[in-house]
Design a protein around this ligand. Structure first.
Ligand code: PEP
Ligand code: MG
Length: 623
């Protein structure tokens, strides 16, 4: 095996010579699911379910069929529970698997299946197949990529129950040997991923999936390189084929030539050396060349990611997107369930702070069970805090859970999508009510719970001065600030080029917000994607930002980037950028002056497959 970024222990001496110089290499584009590079032999795993039995049942048999279904659900849930409790990798897989246990038992699916058995008089397998297909296709249409990705989860869950109904084996088994494999599959459920021993797998490649799919999340947690969404790979790869997996760029090369392998090895070695070096420096503070400390915190979606974030050297959680607790379920989570979840995160991260964002549901983050009216412009509709204020009981349930959780760590509450001071005041009143209700129940809580607001809407940036008077802190969500200030829908890939965070309009709104924070001694941080790119971070530091929150795995690289620059340089650059007229001018100026500084971190070295024509899975002519 080549080093995959996991260190060199356990390196497996495989024969990496090209299979045959006559076989043309094939380059497949996928999505970078988990960073790292690997070169090894493919082990193709058939995870797709075989055909589903279609059998009609007589009316008097329907009840038996319903019972058969219920027993299968219980058995699938206990199998998953069993895998969850034995998951070797840790909290991330375990919590995802626990979520699967709940999904298997989900009542919406169960009721639909039972209704189909009783009304359509079909066998349990057929009813389940139809119910799963309908639910999955509805989810797949969701504009929010996270929700759309959940359609695969529904299919996994359906497959687990189907496997029990048909007595099929559900565990993935590897050949008896010490070899490390590149696992290639149509898709891998968390249960399947967890049942693969990490000592036996050097990389994962799947045909479907995105960065937010659970395969990618688990792979990142296990630090196994992964490329997901590699359409059509199963048509091109066979067991034992030599494969190069580039989890940094999201590319897979089949039948690589000797020269390609040499270049890939070089790149893998460089990447490995860089990550080792950065990891060794994990506990160093993020300090600029001139000695200014920058606080780096992590963004998380799943509670179990908190551990991963800390392992990457995060100084706490700067954004916990709690809306992910509400998706994939028929009822919103209860106060008790939320309290237990938030408490777990706070205790895991204590004594470091955790900023929990109240749910940002609505817009493109659809939670079907809440029946939020979509309207023609969902991003401008009943979303986030607006939804909370329109449904005070729903909001109060979350606020009470947060207030209770505050007794167990350093909690800060953050309110998304604030567009006016009135909205923030109304939220503070509800928070005060939640505090009173918890006090009336004699439950413990922190004496003071800082409540800050997100600056994601231009009106909030314009009113930052007034908001800073009432908020404990301001947190700039640049993903939405770009969307709303430039009127570019962030969920439309074809518009991506128009929504640039280098735009001087965006920079001026950030500057204004920072000034407001300075005036009223309120911390101002950035938690959107701008906080994870060394070049935009340079601008943010120049604009006065000293606290950033980002994907945990970006932290080591960012620490290194920050250590190479001085605040003075950053300020000069930001001043020049603010004077520019267009996003292109800013981007060119920043890139020309600073990209060479960060060339290694920005991955500026030539790709190992440079010169290899891009293919959507077609064989390339070796000449
Ligand atoms: C943002 O808008 O920048 C942000 C951090 O929030 P989200 O991406 O969850 O909308
Ligand atoms: Mg946002």
């Amino acid at each position: 095996m080549l080093d995959s970024g996991r260190g060199s222990e356990g390196v497996n001496e495989q024969d990496n010579s090209p299979q045959s110089s006559k076989v043309a290499p094939v380059l497949l584009d996928g999505i970078a699911g988990s960073p790292g590079l690997a070169i090894g032999r493919a082990l193709v795993i058939e995870t797709r379910r075989p055909g589903v039995v279609h059998r009609r049942v007589a009316k008097h048999q329907a009840e038996d069929e319903v019972q058969r279904y219920r027993i299968a659900v219980e058995s699938a849930a206990s199998e998953l529970q069993d895998v969850a409790s034995r998951a070797s990798g840790g909290a991330v897989e375990s919590s995802i698997l626990q979520a699967y246990v709940l999904m298997v038992q989900d009542q919406t699916l169960g009721q639909d299946v039972e209704r189909r058995i009783q009304l359509d008089l079909v066998c349990a397998e057929w009813a389940l197949d139809m119910a799963v297909e309908q639910m999955a296709s509805q989810l797949a249409l969701a504009p929010d990529p996270y929700l759309a990705e959940r359609s695969h989860d529904v299919q996994f869950v359906g497959d687990r129950i189907l496997a029990v109904l048909s007595g099929r084996k559900t565990r993935v088994s590897l050949p008896e040997s010490d070899e490390l494999w590149v696992i290639v599959a149509h898709d891998l459920s968390p249960a399947e991923t967890a049942s693969l021993s990490r000592d036996r797998v050097m990389a994962l490649v799947t045909e479907v999936g995105t960065r937010t799919s659970h395969t990618a999340i688990v792979a990142r947690a296990l630090e196994i390189p992964a490329v997901v969404g590699t359409a059509g790979i199963l048509q091109h790869v066979a067991n034992n084929d030599l494969v190069v997996v580039d989890g940094l760029r999201g590319r897979v090369v089949l039948s690589p030539t000797g020269d390609l392998i040499d270049r890939a090895k070089l790149r893998a070695e460089r990447y490995s050396a860089l990550t080792r070096e950065l990891r060794e420096l994990r506990d160093r503070p993020a300090t600029t060349r001139c000695g200014t400390h920058i606080h780096l915190r992590a963004n998380i979606e799943l509670p179990a990611e908190a551990d991963v974030a800390l392992a990457h050297g995060a100084e706490g959680i700067g954004l916990y997107r709690t809306e992910f607790l509400y998706v994939d379920r028929s009822e919103p989570p209860s106060e008790e369930e939320q309290y237990v979840t938030y408490r777990h995160v706070l205790e895991a991260v204590a004594p470091l702070p955790v900023t929990l964002r109240t749910f940002d549901i609505g817009g493109d983050k659809i939670v079907p069970s809440l029946h939020v009216p979509q309207g023609a412009n969902p991003a401008l509709g009943l979303r986030a805090v607006r939804l909370g204020l329109a449904r005070p009981e729903l909001f109060l349930t979350q606020l009470r859970a947060l207030v209770r959780a505050s007794a167990h760590g350093r909690l800060q509450i953050m309110i998304p999508m604030i567009s006016s001071v009135a909205e923030f005041r109304a939220t503070l009143r509800l928070l005060a009510q939640a505090v009173d209700e918890i006090d009336a129940r004699n439950l413990s809580r922190a004496a003071f719970i800082p409540c800050g607001c997100m600056v994601e809407v231009p009106s909030a940036a314009i009113m930052a001065n007034e908001l800073a008077l009432e908020a404990a802190f301001l947190s700039i969500g640049t993903n939405d600030l770009v969307q709303y200030s430039l009127a570019v829908d962030r969920s439309r890939p074809e518009l991506v080029g128009l929504g640039s965070s280098f735009d001087p309009a965006v920079l001026r709104l950030i500057r204004r917000t920072v000034r407001a924070g300075e005036r009223h001694h309120r911390p101002v941080l950035v938690c959107g994607a701008m906080a994870s790119d060394p070049l935009t971070v340079l601008l943010l530091l120049g604009l006065g930002i000293r606290e950033l929150s980002m994907e945990g795995s970006a932290i080591p690289e960012l620490k290194e980037a920050i250590s190479r620059i001085s605040i003075w340089e950053a300020e000069q650059l930001a001043d020049d950028a603010l004077a520019c007229s267009t996003a292109e001018e800013v981007e060119r100026m920043v890139t020309e002056s600073y990209a060479p500084y960060f060339a290694d971190l920005l991955d500026g070295e030539p790709a190992f497959e440079a010169g290899l024509p891009r293919s959507s899975g077609r064989s390339l002519d070796p000449s």
